[in-house]
Design a protein around this ligand. Sequence first.
Ligand code: NAG
Ligand code: NAG
Ligand code: NAG
Ligand code: NAG
Length: 488
Amino acid sequence: MARLSWLRLPVLALATLSLTLVSALPLSFENTAIVRTVDLGGSLVYVTTTYAVRALDDGAKQYVVSLGEKEAQSVSWFEAKVKGQSEPLGVTTGLLDPHDGTYSYTIDLSNPVSVNNTFNLVVETIHTHTTYPWPEKVGQEKEQALKYEGDLLVLSPYKTATQRIKVRAPEPRIISYTTPEGLDTFTTDNIATKMGGTITYGPFYNIPPSASAAFIEQHQKHIVVHYFYGVPVVEITSLKRSAEISHWGANLNIQNDVALHNAGPALKGHFARITHQSQTYYNRLPPHVIPALTLHLPPGIHSAYYYDLNGNVSTSRLRVAPSVPKASESKKYSTLELRPRYPLMGGWNYSFTFGWDSPLADSAGYDASTGLYIVGFPIQTVIPGAVVNEVEVKMILPEGATDVDVYPPFAPITQQRSTHITYLDSIGRPAVTLTFENLTDMHNGLIYVTYKVPLSAHLQKPKVVSIAFVALFLVAFLARRVDLSLSK
Ligand SMILES: *[C@@H]1O[C@H](CO)[C@@H](O)[C@H](O)[C@H]1NC(C)=O
Ligand SMILES: *[C@@H]1O[C@H](CO)[C@@H](O)[C@H](O)[C@H]1NC(C)=O
Ligand SMILES: *[C@@H]1O[C@H](CO)[C@@H](O)[C@H](O)[C@H]1NC(C)=O
Ligand SMILES: *[C@@H]1O[C@H](CO)[C@@H](O)[C@H](O)[C@H]1NC(C)=O
Protein backbone atom coordinates (compact mmCIF):
# COMPACT_ATOMS: atom_id res chain seq x y z
CA MET A 1 0.00 0.00 0.00
CA ALA A 2 3.03 2.27 0.20
CA ARG A 3 2.35 3.89 -3.13
CA LEU A 4 -1.20 4.61 -2.12
CA SER A 5 -0.44 6.31 1.14
CA TRP A 6 -0.33 9.83 -0.32
CA LEU A 7 -3.96 9.56 -1.16
CA ARG A 8 -5.08 8.93 2.39
CA LEU A 9 -8.36 7.38 1.42
CA PRO A 10 -10.97 9.40 3.25
CA VAL A 11 -12.85 7.39 5.80
CA LEU A 12 -16.36 7.73 4.59
CA ALA A 13 -18.38 9.34 7.29
CA LEU A 14 -21.54 7.73 6.03
CA ALA A 15 -22.57 7.12 9.60
CA THR A 16 -22.67 10.88 9.99
CA LEU A 17 -25.70 11.10 7.82
CA SER A 18 -27.52 8.05 9.05
CA LEU A 19 -30.84 9.20 10.30
CA THR A 20 -31.06 8.15 13.88
CA LEU A 21 -33.38 9.58 16.43
CA VAL A 22 -31.32 10.88 19.26
CA SER A 23 -32.20 10.57 22.86
CA ALA A 24 -30.83 13.78 24.28
CA LEU A 25 -29.27 13.86 27.71
CA PRO A 26 -30.38 17.34 28.67
CA LEU A 27 -29.01 17.23 32.16
CA SER A 28 -25.44 16.27 31.33
CA PHE A 29 -24.27 19.79 30.53
CA GLU A 30 -24.92 23.46 30.93
CA ASN A 31 -23.76 26.31 28.71
CA THR A 32 -21.93 28.94 30.68
CA ALA A 33 -21.89 31.14 27.56
CA ILE A 34 -22.88 31.00 23.92
CA VAL A 35 -21.61 33.45 21.31
CA ARG A 36 -22.91 33.28 17.77
CA THR A 37 -21.46 35.29 14.86
CA VAL A 38 -23.45 35.49 11.65
CA ASP A 39 -21.32 36.67 8.71
CA LEU A 40 -23.68 37.94 6.06
CA GLY A 41 -22.75 37.07 2.49
CA GLY A 42 -24.45 36.63 -0.86
CA SER A 43 -25.82 33.18 -1.56
CA LEU A 44 -23.93 31.80 1.47
CA VAL A 45 -24.15 32.96 5.10
CA TYR A 46 -21.41 31.73 7.44
CA VAL A 47 -22.32 31.15 11.10
CA THR A 48 -19.90 30.37 13.92
CA THR A 49 -21.34 29.43 17.31
CA THR A 50 -19.07 28.92 20.31
CA TYR A 51 -20.53 27.04 23.28
CA ALA A 52 -18.65 27.33 26.60
CA VAL A 53 -19.81 24.09 28.20
CA ARG A 54 -19.62 22.69 31.73
CA ALA A 55 -20.29 19.02 32.46
CA LEU A 56 -22.85 18.29 35.18
CA ASP A 57 -22.30 14.52 35.17
CA ASP A 58 -19.34 12.21 34.95
CA GLY A 59 -18.61 10.40 31.72
CA ALA A 60 -20.87 12.32 29.34
CA LYS A 61 -19.67 11.61 25.81
CA GLN A 62 -22.23 13.30 23.60
CA TYR A 63 -23.23 16.94 23.40
CA VAL A 64 -26.38 17.92 21.50
CA VAL A 65 -26.57 21.04 19.32
CA SER A 66 -30.11 22.10 18.36
CA LEU A 67 -31.20 24.05 15.30
CA GLY A 68 -34.67 25.36 14.59
CA GLU A 69 -36.57 23.86 11.67
CA LYS A 70 -35.81 26.65 9.17
CA GLU A 71 -32.18 26.97 10.26
CA ALA A 72 -31.60 23.25 9.84
CA GLN A 73 -33.22 23.21 6.42
CA SER A 74 -30.84 25.91 5.18
CA VAL A 75 -27.69 24.26 6.60
CA SER A 76 -25.49 22.59 4.06
CA TRP A 77 -22.20 22.53 5.96
CA PHE A 78 -21.89 21.58 9.63
CA GLU A 79 -18.63 21.12 11.44
CA ALA A 80 -17.91 20.90 15.18
CA LYS A 81 -14.51 21.12 16.83
CA VAL A 82 -13.20 21.51 20.33
CA LYS A 83 -11.68 25.00 20.37
CA GLY A 84 -7.97 24.88 19.54
CA GLN A 85 -8.09 21.43 17.95
CA SER A 86 -7.95 20.88 14.22
CA GLU A 87 -9.73 17.53 13.94
CA PRO A 88 -13.50 17.86 13.53
CA LEU A 89 -15.66 15.80 15.90
CA GLY A 90 -18.09 13.14 14.69
CA VAL A 91 -21.62 14.43 14.16
CA THR A 92 -24.89 12.53 13.84
CA THR A 93 -27.70 14.51 12.28
CA GLY A 94 -31.09 13.83 13.76
CA LEU A 95 -34.50 14.04 12.15
CA LEU A 96 -36.90 16.84 12.84
CA ASP A 97 -38.50 16.25 16.21
CA PRO A 98 -42.11 16.98 15.25
CA HIS A 99 -43.01 17.69 18.85
CA ASP A 100 -40.25 20.22 19.58
CA GLY A 101 -39.82 21.58 16.08
CA THR A 102 -36.02 21.25 16.28
CA TYR A 103 -33.25 19.19 14.73
CA SER A 104 -30.61 17.64 16.99
CA TYR A 105 -26.99 17.28 15.95
CA THR A 106 -25.25 14.86 18.31
CA ILE A 107 -21.55 15.62 18.69
CA ASP A 108 -19.26 12.79 19.78
CA LEU A 109 -16.75 14.24 22.22
CA SER A 110 -13.58 12.27 21.70
CA ASN A 111 -12.99 11.82 25.47
CA PRO A 112 -15.68 11.52 28.12
CA VAL A 113 -15.77 14.59 30.34
CA SER A 114 -15.92 14.52 34.14
CA VAL A 115 -18.16 16.61 36.31
CA ASN A 116 -17.37 20.35 36.47
CA ASN A 117 -14.95 20.05 33.54
CA THR A 118 -15.34 22.76 30.94
CA PHE A 119 -14.58 22.96 27.25
CA ASN A 120 -15.34 25.24 24.32
CA LEU A 121 -17.14 23.75 21.37
CA VAL A 122 -16.98 25.66 18.07
CA VAL A 123 -19.71 24.84 15.57
CA GLU A 124 -19.42 26.21 12.05
CA THR A 125 -22.39 26.11 9.73
CA ILE A 126 -22.96 27.48 6.24
CA HIS A 127 -26.50 28.38 5.28
CA THR A 128 -27.72 28.66 1.70
CA HIS A 129 -30.60 30.66 0.25
CA THR A 130 -31.16 32.81 3.35
CA THR A 131 -30.71 36.18 1.58
CA TYR A 132 -32.50 37.84 -1.30
CA PRO A 133 -32.01 41.11 -3.20
CA TRP A 134 -33.98 44.09 -1.92
CA PRO A 135 -35.18 46.07 -3.81
CA GLU A 136 -35.78 43.21 -6.20
CA LYS A 137 -35.08 45.41 -9.23
CA VAL A 138 -32.57 48.24 -9.59
CA GLY A 139 -31.30 50.42 -12.41
CA GLN A 140 -27.95 49.72 -14.01
CA GLU A 141 -26.25 52.48 -12.00
CA LYS A 142 -27.66 51.62 -8.57
CA GLU A 143 -26.04 49.77 -5.68
CA GLN A 144 -26.88 46.23 -4.65
CA ALA A 145 -28.53 45.50 -1.31
CA LEU A 146 -29.69 42.22 0.23
CA LYS A 147 -31.98 41.19 3.03
CA TYR A 148 -31.09 38.40 5.42
CA GLU A 149 -33.80 36.67 7.43
CA GLY A 150 -33.25 34.27 10.29
CA ASP A 151 -34.01 33.31 13.87
CA LEU A 152 -32.37 35.26 16.67
CA LEU A 153 -31.81 33.05 19.73
CA VAL A 154 -29.46 30.07 19.78
CA LEU A 155 -31.48 27.05 20.87
CA SER A 156 -30.03 24.40 23.18
CA PRO A 157 -31.41 21.42 25.11
CA TYR A 158 -29.29 22.63 28.07
CA LYS A 159 -29.75 25.73 30.15
CA THR A 160 -27.60 28.70 29.23
CA ALA A 161 -26.16 31.33 31.57
CA THR A 162 -25.53 34.01 28.90
CA GLN A 163 -25.76 34.26 25.15
CA ARG A 164 -24.96 36.93 22.61
CA ILE A 165 -25.61 37.05 18.85
CA LYS A 166 -23.55 39.19 16.49
CA VAL A 167 -24.64 39.82 12.93
CA ARG A 168 -21.80 41.14 10.77
CA ALA A 169 -22.43 42.88 7.45
CA PRO A 170 -19.57 43.15 4.94
CA GLU A 171 -19.60 46.95 5.19
CA PRO A 172 -20.61 49.42 7.93
CA ARG A 173 -23.55 50.82 6.01
CA ILE A 174 -26.53 48.83 7.21
CA ILE A 175 -29.87 50.01 5.83
CA SER A 176 -32.05 48.55 8.59
CA TYR A 177 -32.24 45.80 11.19
CA THR A 178 -34.87 44.37 13.49
CA THR A 179 -34.88 45.25 17.19
CA PRO A 180 -37.18 42.57 18.57
CA GLU A 181 -39.38 43.20 21.58
CA GLY A 182 -40.53 40.90 24.36
CA LEU A 183 -37.12 39.63 25.49
CA ASP A 184 -37.38 41.36 28.90
CA THR A 185 -37.30 37.98 30.61
CA PHE A 186 -33.65 37.61 29.61
CA THR A 187 -32.28 41.15 29.67
CA THR A 188 -33.02 44.61 30.97
CA ASP A 189 -30.43 46.27 28.74
CA ASN A 190 -30.51 47.25 25.10
CA ILE A 191 -31.56 44.33 22.95
CA ALA A 192 -29.57 45.45 19.92
CA THR A 193 -26.56 47.72 19.51
CA LYS A 194 -24.91 48.62 16.22
CA MET A 195 -21.18 49.31 15.97
CA GLY A 196 -19.80 49.72 12.47
CA GLY A 197 -21.11 46.86 10.38
CA THR A 198 -21.88 44.67 13.41
CA ILE A 199 -25.19 44.43 15.25
CA THR A 200 -24.92 42.76 18.65
CA TYR A 201 -28.03 41.23 20.18
CA GLY A 202 -27.93 40.60 23.94
CA PRO A 203 -26.31 39.54 26.18
CA PHE A 204 -29.33 37.52 27.29
CA TYR A 205 -29.18 35.84 30.70
CA ASN A 206 -30.50 32.67 32.35
CA ILE A 207 -32.13 31.00 29.40
CA PRO A 208 -33.82 27.69 30.27
CA PRO A 209 -33.48 24.65 27.95
CA SER A 210 -34.83 26.11 24.73
CA ALA A 211 -35.05 23.28 22.19
CA SER A 212 -38.79 22.96 22.63
CA ALA A 213 -41.93 24.10 20.84
CA ALA A 214 -43.11 25.98 23.94
CA PHE A 215 -39.90 28.02 24.22
CA ILE A 216 -39.76 28.72 20.50
CA GLU A 217 -43.35 29.90 20.40
CA GLN A 218 -42.97 32.10 23.42
CA HIS A 219 -39.48 33.57 22.97
CA GLN A 220 -37.87 32.93 19.57
CA LYS A 221 -37.62 36.09 17.43
CA HIS A 222 -37.38 36.51 13.70
CA ILE A 223 -34.88 39.12 12.53
CA VAL A 224 -34.33 40.86 9.20
CA VAL A 225 -31.12 42.73 8.33
CA HIS A 226 -30.95 44.87 5.18
CA TYR A 227 -27.38 45.56 4.06
CA PHE A 228 -25.29 46.66 1.10
CA TYR A 229 -23.37 43.91 -0.63
CA GLY A 230 -20.52 44.94 -2.92
CA VAL A 231 -19.72 41.67 -4.72
CA PRO A 232 -21.75 39.65 -7.21
CA VAL A 233 -24.25 37.12 -5.84
CA VAL A 234 -23.42 34.04 -7.87
CA GLU A 235 -25.69 31.03 -7.75
CA ILE A 236 -24.86 27.92 -9.76
CA THR A 237 -28.24 26.32 -10.34
CA SER A 238 -26.70 23.20 -11.80
CA LEU A 239 -23.23 21.74 -12.28
CA LYS A 240 -22.67 18.53 -14.21
CA ARG A 241 -19.07 17.39 -14.03
CA SER A 242 -17.82 14.39 -15.89
CA ALA A 243 -14.38 12.94 -15.33
CA GLU A 244 -13.25 10.53 -18.02
CA ILE A 245 -10.26 8.35 -17.23
CA SER A 246 -8.40 7.01 -20.23
CA HIS A 247 -5.47 4.62 -19.80
CA TRP A 248 -5.13 4.37 -23.55
CA GLY A 249 -4.43 8.10 -23.84
CA ALA A 250 -2.97 8.43 -20.29
CA ASN A 251 -5.44 11.28 -19.92
CA LEU A 252 -7.96 12.62 -17.42
CA ASN A 253 -10.61 14.80 -19.04
CA ILE A 254 -12.85 16.93 -16.86
CA GLN A 255 -15.85 18.62 -18.40
CA ASN A 256 -18.33 20.90 -16.63
CA ASP A 257 -21.80 21.88 -17.82
CA VAL A 258 -22.78 24.90 -15.75
CA ALA A 259 -26.03 26.81 -15.37
CA LEU A 260 -25.26 30.09 -13.62
CA HIS A 261 -27.78 32.54 -12.17
CA ASN A 262 -26.91 36.11 -11.22
CA ALA A 263 -28.91 36.20 -7.98
CA GLY A 264 -28.44 39.94 -7.47
CA PRO A 265 -31.31 42.41 -8.06
CA ALA A 266 -32.85 42.18 -11.52
CA LEU A 267 -32.13 44.91 -14.05
CA LYS A 268 -34.81 47.60 -14.09
CA GLY A 269 -35.43 48.84 -17.60
CA HIS A 270 -33.19 48.06 -20.55
CA PHE A 271 -29.49 47.30 -20.65
CA ALA A 272 -27.63 50.42 -21.79
CA ARG A 273 -24.31 49.64 -23.41
CA ILE A 274 -23.07 53.24 -23.10
CA THR A 275 -23.61 53.20 -19.32
CA HIS A 276 -21.93 49.83 -19.13
CA GLN A 277 -18.93 51.01 -21.12
CA SER A 278 -18.41 54.09 -19.00
CA GLN A 279 -18.78 52.04 -15.81
CA THR A 280 -16.22 49.58 -17.14
CA TYR A 281 -13.91 52.43 -18.18
CA TYR A 282 -14.01 54.07 -14.75
CA ASN A 283 -13.84 50.67 -13.06
CA ARG A 284 -17.16 51.32 -11.30
CA LEU A 285 -19.12 48.30 -12.38
CA PRO A 286 -21.94 47.70 -9.88
CA PRO A 287 -21.84 44.23 -8.25
CA HIS A 288 -25.07 43.12 -9.90
CA VAL A 289 -23.28 43.12 -13.25
CA ILE A 290 -20.91 40.17 -13.77
CA PRO A 291 -18.44 40.80 -16.61
CA ALA A 292 -16.25 37.71 -16.09
CA LEU A 293 -15.49 34.80 -13.79
CA THR A 294 -12.04 33.66 -12.76
CA LEU A 295 -11.76 29.98 -11.92
CA HIS A 296 -8.95 28.07 -10.27
CA LEU A 297 -8.16 24.84 -12.08
CA PRO A 298 -5.58 22.13 -11.32
CA PRO A 299 -1.95 22.64 -12.40
CA GLY A 300 -0.52 20.91 -15.44
CA ILE A 301 -3.72 21.01 -17.50
CA HIS A 302 -3.86 21.51 -21.25
CA SER A 303 -6.40 21.88 -24.07
CA ALA A 304 -8.79 23.90 -21.90
CA TYR A 305 -12.01 24.84 -23.68
CA TYR A 306 -14.98 27.09 -22.97
CA TYR A 307 -18.10 27.34 -25.07
CA ASP A 308 -21.70 28.43 -24.61
CA LEU A 309 -24.87 27.89 -26.64
CA ASN A 310 -23.41 29.98 -29.48
CA GLY A 311 -20.12 28.09 -29.72
CA ASN A 312 -16.50 28.68 -28.72
CA VAL A 313 -16.02 31.83 -26.62
CA SER A 314 -12.74 33.31 -27.76
CA THR A 315 -12.39 35.84 -24.94
CA SER A 316 -11.30 33.24 -22.40
CA ARG A 317 -7.77 33.26 -21.02
CA LEU A 318 -5.90 30.37 -19.44
CA ARG A 319 -2.74 30.59 -17.34
CA VAL A 320 -1.37 27.15 -16.63
CA ALA A 321 0.64 26.35 -13.52
CA PRO A 322 3.28 23.72 -14.31
CA SER A 323 2.41 20.09 -13.80
CA VAL A 324 3.38 18.66 -10.43
CA PRO A 325 3.26 15.02 -9.43
CA LYS A 326 0.12 14.29 -7.38
CA ALA A 327 -1.44 17.51 -8.57
CA SER A 328 -4.58 16.84 -6.62
CA GLU A 329 -2.81 17.65 -3.36
CA SER A 330 -0.91 20.65 -4.61
CA LYS A 331 -1.69 24.22 -3.61
CA LYS A 332 -0.72 25.54 -7.05
CA TYR A 333 -3.45 26.17 -9.56
CA SER A 334 -4.02 27.30 -13.12
CA THR A 335 -6.38 30.21 -13.73
CA LEU A 336 -9.08 30.30 -16.35
CA GLU A 337 -10.79 33.61 -16.95
CA LEU A 338 -14.21 33.17 -18.51
CA ARG A 339 -15.48 36.34 -20.13
CA PRO A 340 -18.97 35.75 -21.55
CA ARG A 341 -19.99 37.47 -24.80
CA TYR A 342 -22.11 39.96 -22.86
CA PRO A 343 -22.07 41.11 -19.22
CA LEU A 344 -24.50 39.12 -17.04
CA MET A 345 -27.04 41.50 -15.51
CA GLY A 346 -28.91 40.80 -12.27
CA GLY A 347 -31.49 38.04 -12.60
CA TRP A 348 -29.95 36.72 -15.82
CA ASN A 349 -29.04 33.11 -16.44
CA TYR A 350 -26.08 31.86 -18.43
CA SER A 351 -25.30 28.29 -19.43
CA PHE A 352 -21.84 27.28 -20.52
CA THR A 353 -19.42 24.38 -20.74
CA PHE A 354 -15.76 24.33 -19.86
CA GLY A 355 -13.27 21.56 -19.51
CA TRP A 356 -9.66 20.48 -19.75
CA ASP A 357 -7.31 17.55 -20.14
CA SER A 358 -4.50 16.62 -17.79
CA PRO A 359 -1.89 13.86 -17.67
CA LEU A 360 -3.45 10.91 -15.88
CA ALA A 361 -0.20 10.39 -13.97
CA ASP A 362 -0.81 13.70 -12.13
CA SER A 363 -3.80 12.28 -10.30
CA ALA A 364 -3.44 8.51 -10.46
CA GLY A 365 -1.65 5.86 -8.47
CA TYR A 366 -1.25 2.10 -8.88
CA ASP A 367 -0.82 -0.45 -6.15
CA ALA A 368 0.98 -3.44 -7.60
CA SER A 369 0.20 -5.68 -4.63
CA THR A 370 -3.59 -5.40 -5.08
CA GLY A 371 -3.68 -4.44 -8.75
CA LEU A 372 -5.81 -1.41 -7.83
CA TYR A 373 -5.65 1.85 -9.70
CA ILE A 374 -6.69 4.94 -7.77
CA VAL A 375 -7.57 8.30 -9.26
CA GLY A 376 -8.38 11.44 -7.25
CA PHE A 377 -9.87 14.66 -8.63
CA PRO A 378 -11.67 17.69 -7.15
CA ILE A 379 -15.40 17.25 -6.71
CA GLN A 380 -16.14 20.75 -8.01
CA THR A 381 -14.49 23.98 -9.13
CA VAL A 382 -15.17 26.24 -6.17
CA ILE A 383 -16.42 29.78 -6.73
CA PRO A 384 -15.94 31.56 -3.39
CA GLY A 385 -19.25 32.64 -1.85
CA ALA A 386 -21.37 30.76 -4.40
CA VAL A 387 -23.89 28.02 -3.73
CA VAL A 388 -24.23 25.13 -6.16
CA ASN A 389 -27.83 23.95 -5.98
CA GLU A 390 -27.58 20.69 -7.88
CA VAL A 391 -24.40 18.79 -8.59
CA GLU A 392 -23.92 15.66 -10.64
CA VAL A 393 -20.47 14.08 -10.82
CA LYS A 394 -20.00 11.29 -13.33
CA MET A 395 -16.85 9.20 -13.40
CA ILE A 396 -16.19 7.29 -16.59
CA LEU A 397 -13.64 4.51 -16.12
CA PRO A 398 -11.50 2.65 -18.63
CA GLU A 399 -13.20 -0.02 -20.64
CA GLY A 400 -13.40 -3.36 -18.84
CA ALA A 401 -12.65 -1.86 -15.40
CA THR A 402 -13.83 -4.04 -12.52
CA ASP A 403 -14.01 -3.78 -8.72
CA VAL A 404 -15.03 -0.12 -8.97
CA ASP A 405 -15.31 1.76 -5.67
CA VAL A 406 -15.93 5.45 -5.13
CA TYR A 407 -14.92 7.52 -2.08
CA PRO A 408 -16.47 11.00 -2.07
CA PRO A 409 -15.32 13.46 0.62
CA PHE A 410 -18.90 13.71 1.92
CA ALA A 411 -21.97 11.57 1.43
CA PRO A 412 -23.86 11.95 -1.87
CA ILE A 413 -27.64 12.06 -2.14
CA THR A 414 -27.74 9.39 -4.84
CA GLN A 415 -25.21 7.05 -6.39
CA GLN A 416 -25.81 5.19 -9.61
CA ARG A 417 -23.83 2.85 -11.87
CA SER A 418 -24.17 2.72 -15.63
CA THR A 419 -22.26 1.93 -18.82
CA HIS A 420 -20.93 4.65 -21.06
CA ILE A 421 -20.25 3.84 -24.70
CA THR A 422 -18.15 6.02 -27.00
CA TYR A 423 -16.59 5.33 -30.39
CA LEU A 424 -14.14 2.44 -30.62
CA ASP A 425 -15.53 1.01 -27.40
CA SER A 426 -16.68 -2.57 -27.61
CA ILE A 427 -18.21 -3.37 -24.25
CA GLY A 428 -18.58 0.19 -22.97
CA ARG A 429 -17.03 1.84 -19.94
CA PRO A 430 -18.34 1.47 -16.42
CA ALA A 431 -19.54 4.80 -15.04
CA VAL A 432 -20.57 5.95 -11.58
CA THR A 433 -22.72 9.04 -11.05
CA LEU A 434 -23.10 10.80 -7.72
CA THR A 435 -25.48 13.66 -6.99
CA PHE A 436 -25.29 16.35 -4.31
CA GLU A 437 -27.33 19.39 -3.35
CA ASN A 438 -26.48 22.86 -2.05
CA LEU A 439 -22.70 22.59 -2.12
CA THR A 440 -20.74 25.53 -0.69
CA ASP A 441 -17.17 26.73 -0.98
CA MET A 442 -16.25 24.43 1.94
CA HIS A 443 -17.27 21.37 -0.08
CA ASN A 444 -13.94 21.27 -1.84
CA GLY A 445 -12.53 17.80 -1.28
CA LEU A 446 -11.36 15.15 -3.72
CA ILE A 447 -13.35 12.20 -4.96
CA TYR A 448 -11.31 9.02 -5.16
CA VAL A 449 -12.19 6.15 -7.41
CA THR A 450 -10.44 2.78 -7.29
CA TYR A 451 -10.69 -0.01 -9.87
CA LYS A 452 -8.87 -2.88 -11.54
CA VAL A 453 -8.26 -3.24 -15.24
CA PRO A 454 -7.66 -6.88 -16.23
CA LEU A 455 -4.96 -7.47 -18.85
CA SER A 456 -7.56 -8.66 -21.34
CA ALA A 457 -9.31 -5.31 -21.02
CA HIS A 458 -6.04 -3.48 -21.59
CA LEU A 459 -5.80 -5.29 -24.88
CA GLN A 460 -9.43 -4.59 -25.70
CA LYS A 461 -8.85 -1.19 -27.27
CA PRO A 462 -5.86 -2.19 -29.44
CA LYS A 463 -7.91 -5.22 -30.47
CA VAL A 464 -10.88 -3.06 -31.46
CA VAL A 465 -8.63 -0.59 -33.21
CA SER A 466 -6.76 -3.27 -35.10
CA ILE A 467 -9.97 -5.02 -36.07
CA ALA A 468 -11.24 -1.67 -37.33
CA PHE A 469 -8.06 -1.19 -39.35
CA VAL A 470 -8.15 -4.67 -40.78
CA ALA A 471 -11.78 -4.15 -41.71
CA LEU A 472 -10.98 -0.84 -43.38
CA PHE A 473 -8.10 -2.40 -45.21
CA LEU A 474 -10.27 -5.29 -46.37
CA VAL A 475 -12.99 -2.92 -47.55
CA ALA A 476 -10.45 -0.81 -49.38
CA PHE A 477 -8.83 -3.88 -50.81
CA LEU A 478 -12.13 -5.36 -51.96
CA ALA A 479 -13.30 -2.03 -53.31
CA ARG A 480 -10.08 -1.72 -55.19
CA ARG A 481 -10.48 -5.19 -56.65
CA VAL A 482 -14.06 -4.60 -57.57
CA ASP A 483 -13.10 -1.25 -59.00
CA LEU A 484 -10.31 -2.79 -61.01
CA SER A 485 -12.43 -5.53 -62.34
CA LEU A 486 -15.07 -3.03 -63.41
CA SER A 487 -12.61 -0.84 -65.26
CA LYS A 488 -11.35 -3.72 -67.29
C1 NAG B 1 -18.84 21.02 41.00
O1 NAG B 1 -19.03 22.42 41.20
C2 NAG B 1 -20.06 22.75 42.09
C3 NAG B 1 -20.27 24.25 42.06
O2 NAG B 1 -19.04 24.93 41.92
C4 NAG B 1 -19.71 22.22 43.47
O3 NAG B 1 -20.75 22.51 44.37
C5 NAG B 1 -19.53 20.72 43.40
O4 NAG B 1 -19.08 20.20 44.63
C6 NAG B 1 -18.49 20.35 42.31
N1 NAG B 1 -18.47 18.90 42.18
C7 NAG B 1 -17.35 18.19 42.14
C8 NAG B 1 -17.49 16.70 42.03
O5 NAG B 1 -16.25 18.71 42.21
C1 NAG C 1 -11.63 28.90 -28.80
O1 NAG C 1 -11.12 30.12 -28.30
C2 NAG C 1 -9.84 30.02 -27.68
C3 NAG C 1 -9.50 31.34 -27.04
O2 NAG C 1 -9.35 32.37 -27.97
C4 NAG C 1 -8.82 29.59 -28.74
O3 NAG C 1 -7.53 29.51 -28.15
C5 NAG C 1 -9.24 28.23 -29.25
O4 NAG C 1 -8.35 27.82 -30.28
C6 NAG C 1 -10.66 28.28 -29.80
N1 NAG C 1 -11.07 26.92 -30.07
C7 NAG C 1 -11.70 26.57 -31.18
C8 NAG C 1 -12.08 25.14 -31.29
O5 NAG C 1 -11.96 27.39 -32.04
C1 NAG D 1 -33.11 31.51 -14.42
O1 NAG D 1 -33.09 30.21 -13.85
C2 NAG D 1 -33.93 30.08 -12.72
C3 NAG D 1 -33.68 28.73 -12.09
O2 NAG D 1 -33.28 27.76 -13.01
C4 NAG D 1 -35.38 30.25 -13.18
O3 NAG D 1 -36.25 30.10 -12.08
C5 NAG D 1 -35.52 31.65 -13.77
O4 NAG D 1 -36.81 31.82 -14.28
C6 NAG D 1 -34.50 31.88 -14.86
N1 NAG D 1 -34.53 33.30 -15.22
C7 NAG D 1 -34.59 33.74 -16.46
C8 NAG D 1 -34.57 35.22 -16.65
O5 NAG D 1 -34.65 32.98 -17.43
C1 NAG E 1 -31.21 22.63 -0.82
O1 NAG E 1 -31.74 23.94 -0.67
C2 NAG E 1 -33.10 24.04 -1.05
C3 NAG E 1 -33.49 25.50 -0.94
O2 NAG E 1 -33.13 26.04 0.28
C4 NAG E 1 -33.94 23.14 -0.13
O3 NAG E 1 -35.29 23.20 -0.52
C5 NAG E 1 -33.43 21.70 -0.23
O4 NAG E 1 -34.12 20.89 0.68
C6 NAG E 1 -31.95 21.66 0.07
N1 NAG E 1 -31.48 20.29 -0.15
C7 NAG E 1 -30.85 19.60 0.80
C8 NAG E 1 -30.46 18.20 0.46
O5 NAG E 1 -30.62 20.06 1.90
